[in-house]
Design a protein around this ligand. Structure first.
Ligand SMILES: Cc1ncc(COP(=O)(O)O)c(C=O)c1O
Length: 384
């Protein structure tokens, strides 16, 4: 798929009228209004509705994702829940993938039932079979591609086609594709969601979420849910997300190149059973990824072969460049064991894998140094 042309840098003419190239960060709850505004409108605003930096970030996200409307949220999880709550109400049914980000799955299975919405999981590789899971009251399908921790790629156009035939809304968590490497709205998805916390902000120092749409009627629903739940993004985090967007393309290319190099190195190691990176030709969903994505990044999974007793402790303790911690998309390399976080449908492939599952995020360090770090981890693990 062709990479979108983004115009995140404003023209000189657009900047005229202010003296800085970037928007001001207005830290404000109160926004003053005149007597005329107070008595006769237009409706006075308030800091929770966002100010200059928010409007610029929304405009940039629309351009990035090919949307006509964007709504910001405090973090990626809140953007997911905002998108979902804008498509279902009490009495409805929602489908979400077995590989959804854990807290999104928890929202679907704990919060939505408490709000009168029924949910069920589907196998992310279900494709056209999704239609068999439709119920009379199915109103929305949540997608995440590739899936969290296990990196399955959905056949999005096929799922979208089945959904459209029944008037069902589709939502995609597009954080991995970051808008640059995957454009769900162009594939017919109604709502694209991003955790701006990851590649958009890019430095592990801010939170942010955004929901983008081009579907008529969805902007009003997103606005209403945001207003009712008081959803907003702090001006400082909005500024950091907008700043990150300026270098997204350059950083993502570097993460992609390093991610591929480390993936290929890992795939050739005896300690590794498989590398879960859809950009590798050996990945079962590589063809779907090639069709629907224009690039990859530094986030992927690794299934190890069986590890000797105490081997995982020795492996993690031997690493110096890879730190352990949640999140991804920043400048730094991270590694986490995933078995503790995996919640999957009974009988799913995860029951039959060779050894432990790890998730790696390849940062902007030198590939040779990262590979040497992992090699010393494997040496400590196996005692060789
Ligand atoms: C795929 C995906 N979606 C959403 C989120 C949530 O983002 P945040 O941490 O900003 O709430 C994450 C966080 O790791 C994620 O990996």
């Amino acid at each position: 798929m062709k990479q979108p042309e983004t115009r995140l840098i404003h023209t000189r003419k657009e900047r005229l009228g202010r003296v800085t190239v970037n928007p001001p960060v207005e830290r404000a709850s109160t926004v003053l209004f005149s007597t005329e505004e107070a008595l006769y409108g237009p409706k006075p605003t308030y800091g929770r509705m966002g100010l200059t930096v928010h409007r610029e970030l929304e405009a940039a996200m629309c351009e990035l994702e090919g949307a006509t409307y964007a709504r910001l949220a405090a973090n990626g999880l809140q953007a997911c829940t905002l998108a979902i709550a804008s498509t279902v109400r009490a009495g409805d049914h929602l489908l979400f993938p077995d590989s959804a980000y854990g807290p999104t799955a928890r929202f679907c299975e704990r919060r939505l039932p408490a709000m009168g919405v029924k949910t069920s999981r589907y196998d992310p590789r279900i494709g056209a079979g999704i239609a068999d899971l439709f119920q009379d009251n199915t109103k929305a399908i949540f997608l995440e591609s590739p899936g969290s921790l296990t990196f399955e790629v959905c056949d999005t156009p096929t799922i979208v086609e089945a959904a459209k035939a029944r008037g069902i809304r589709t939502i995609m968590d597009n954080t991995w594709g970051a808008g640059l490497h995957h454009q769900p709205l162009a594939l017919g998805v109604d709502l694209s969601v991003q955790a701006l916390t990851k590649y958009v902000s890019g430095h592990s120092d801010a939170f942010g979420g955004a929901v983008m749409t081009g579907t008529p009627g969805m902007a009003g629903r997103l606005e209403a849910v945001s207003e009712d739940w008081g959803i907003c993004l702090s001006p400082d985090d909005a500024f950091l997300c907008l700043r990150g967007l300026r270098t997204l393309k350059t950083r993502l290319k570097a993460h992609e190149a390093a991610g591929l190099a480390v993936s290929e190195w890992l795939a050739a190691r005896d300690e590794v059973a498989s590398v879960l990176n859809p950009a590798l030709p050996t990945h079962p969903d590589h063809a779907l990824w090639q069709r629907d994505f224009s690039g990859s990044n530094g986030l992927f999974g690794v299934i190890l072969n069986p590890v000797p007793a105490g081997g995982m402790e020795r492996f993690f303790e031997a690493l110096h460049l890879f730190s352990m911690g949640f999140s991804w998309g920043g400048f730094e390399s991270l590694i986490i064991p995933c078995d503790q976080q995996l919640t999957r449908m009974k009988g799913n492939w995860t029951d039959t894998r060779a050894g432990p599952l790890l998730r790696l995020h390849i940062g902007l360090e030198a590939v040779d140094d990262l590979v040497a770090d992992l090699a010393s981890g494997f040496a400590a693990m196996t005692g060789k």
